[in-house]
Design a protein around this ligand. Structure first.
Ligand SMILES: Nc1ncnc2c1ncn2[C@@H]1O[C@H](COP(=O)(O)OP(=O)(O)OP(=O)(O)O)[C@@H](O)[C@H]1O
Length: 309
């Protein structure tokens, strides 16, 4: 039997006595596009933080391509082939799209070569540009990009680093319908060559683009299965809206709540709010503020990791 790309076993994370993750098992096979959903505070971001070395687990293990990630530093994990985006953008505003991509790709080049002026575009940057379709914006400063374009640039920056596993934290938060569609197509394209784990709340988006879904709740895996299986599962309905009648449809519930509440609501097990199509607010939407300044280290977030969630 072939080895899974990512194997998380009995993972626990404790913050000041609070168990944010409690015995999580997750297996992701090579080539999967896996969606990770769950109510606010379920532990989704914490799980990604542990995989990428940002948070230390209290127990359990994470293996990537058969190698234990425990105790490794973030930049080491990036070099091993794991890349992530954050809910908050980490592009460099003053640099052009091309320069951002080139900088992201450069983390594999020796330091001395960074000082040399490079002619042309590297294969990694060309591939990232091709996948994200950002050619027309290549010479624009990232600071003038729309929210959606910025997210695609970040995904392109990840691709330029040649990861085997991409972890994307709410990539469509704050996007218009058209941008969501473009992002869905982009994810589908990326998943042909990479393994991708996406944190996403939008059930309509899941319905269109997800195959396998893992639902986290209170630090545990609640359900795993296809979108239809997950949507039909009474436990999922229960944690999202506290109801179990079989007419419940999370997508419809989300729309209703969004129109009533104007987006993602605070308070309560509000994920019912978060699971619907109308949910566009939240940390990702606020994440259009970007870093500026000097670039050092792996651009894919580890350099900025301490500054964002
Ligand atoms: N650094 C931290 N210190 C203390 N508690 C934390 C820390 N990070 C996360 N938590 C808590 O751990 C729990 C899980 O948080 P996490 O951000 O992983 O949830 P999430 O599923 O990603 O939620 P959301 O959808 O709101 O982003 C929450 O109760 C959160 O308050």
């Amino acid at each position: 039997m072939s080895e899974a790309l990512l194997e998380v076993r009995d993972l626990s994370v404790v913050f000041d006595g609070f168990r944010a993750l409690d015995g999580v098992d997750l297996t992701v096979e090579r080539g999967e596009l896996r969606f990770l959903i769950g109510p606010n505070g379920a532990g989704k971001t914490t799980l990604i933080d542990v995989i990428t070395g940002l948070t230390r687990p209290a127990g359990g293990s994470v293996r990537f391509e058969g190698r234990d990630l425990a105790g490794r530093k973030e930049h080491e994990i990036v070099r091993m082939g794991v890349g992530r985006t954050f809910q908050t953008s980490v592009v460099f505003e003053e640099l052009t799209v091309l320069e951002n991509l080139d900088l992201a790709a450069s983390f594999r080049r020796p330091l001395w070569s960074l000082a040399r002026r490079r002619r042309g575009v590297s294969d990694a940057v060309a591939a990232a540009m091709e996948t994200t379709q950002l050619h027309a914006l290549a010479d624009r400063p990232a600071g003038v990009l729309s929210h959606g374009q910025r997210q695609w640039l970040e995904i392109g920056m990840l691709i330029a680093q040649g990861p085997r596993l991409l972890l994307l934290d709410e990539p469509v938060a704050g996007m218009s319908g058209e941008e969501r569609q473009h992002t869905g197509e982009l994810l589908t394209e990326i998943a042909k060559e990479h393994t991708v784990i996406v944190i996403e709340h939008d059930m309509e988006f899941l319905r269109r683009y997800a195959s396998q879904v893992t639902v986290l709740h209170e630090g545990k895996v609640l359900v795993e299965g296809s979108v239809d299986e997950v949507r039909a599962d009474p436990r999922v309905q229960e944690v999202y809206l506290g109801r179990t009648d079989d007419t419940f449809d999370p997508a419809v519930a989300g729309k209703t709540t969004a129109s009533a509440g104007g987006g993602r609501m605070a308070g309560g097990p509000d994920a019912g709010t978060a699971i619907g199509e109308g949910v566009v607010a939240g940390p990702g939407a606020a994440g259009t503020g970007t870093m500026s300044g000097t670039a050092a280290g792996p651009v894919a977030g580890s350099a900025a990791a301490g500054e964002v969630k």
